[in-house]
Design a protein around this ligand. Structure first.
Ligand code: ADP
Ligand code: MG
Length: 227
């Protein structure tokens, strides 16, 4: 039987897509705004000034990329498979988000079990988008500050990343709702961040899981095959 998309369904799809786009573009733009605000300080050293400008630019670039991604959404895109060092991707993401973390009194503790690079196959932009969403959720779960621990370690043929916060945690029913479109407990949330994360990680052949304890915190764990 042929399926027809009704007028109502079209409207709903458009609404969902618009919400996704604004959510994904707001993250890097918020960081860019933060770096521009830091630049107002006249006491900055030349090297700090340069660093903030570079980070602001990379935020704008990321927004553009995300827009392009979404505009190409319907087209079958050639999936770019780059060799990525998961440690480097994580470090870059952390560098980008750290002003946001310190604004929220969140201390970031990052540690790698293995000295050598840990290569996986994927798309840098998409992997960073995932890490950014997950880290942002972790920070948002700690409105009064806390600790964000980021770890990487190596399995025989895989690499694992964990993102652990000391935030508000979740009930078991909230935990089950993770990744359902529009599930959010935030007043300004869209409930689309994890929808995007889960579909991207799946496309990179990764596995993601969460465990959480109410008022204690949440741990997110991702496993990718080593390449
Ligand atoms: P949004 O951040 O816009 O609410 P997400 O899809 O990113 O949408 O997250 C959905 C919901 O999952 C959040 O509103 C929150 O209730 C819950 N959540 C996600 N990550 C965490 C976390 N680290 N700690 C506690 N709750 C979380
Ligand atoms: Mg989110």
């Amino acid at each position: 039987k042929k399926q027809h998309i009704t007028h109502l369904e079209k409207n709903r799809m458009l609404a969902e897509l618009s919400a996704t786009i604004s959510h994904e573009i707001r993250n890097p733009l918020t960081s860019t705004r933060g770096f521009l605000q830091l630049l107002l300080n006249s006491e900055l050293s030349i090297s700090d000034r340069r660093r903030y400008v570079e980070l602001a630019i990379s935020g704008v670039d990321q927004s553009t990329t995300i827009l392009t991604d979404f505009l190409n959404y319907a087209k079958p895109s050639i999936n770019l498979q780059e060799q990525l060092d998961i440690k480097q991707e994580l470090e870059q993401t952390v560098r980008f988000i750290s002003p946001y973390a310190s604004d929220s009194q969140v201390v970031i503790d990052i540690s790698h079990e293995c000295d050598a690079p840990l290569y996986i196959l994927g798309e840098s932009q998409k992997l960073r988008q995932c890490l950014l969403n997950l880290i942002k959720n972790a920070i948002e779960s700690m409105p009064n500050g806390g600790m964000l621990s980021l770890r990487t370690w190596k399995h025989p043929s895989a690499v694992q990343i964990s993102i652990t916060d000391t935030g508000v945690g979740m009930t078991s029913s909230q935990l089950k709702s993770l990744g359902k479109p529009f599930f959010t407990t935030k007043t300004d949330g869209t409930g689309l961040g994890l929808v995007v994360v889960m579909s991207l990680i799946k496309r990179m052949n990764g596995k993601i899981s969460f465990s959480s304890s109410l008022n204690r915190g949440t741990q997110c764990s991702i496993i990718f095959q080593l390449k």
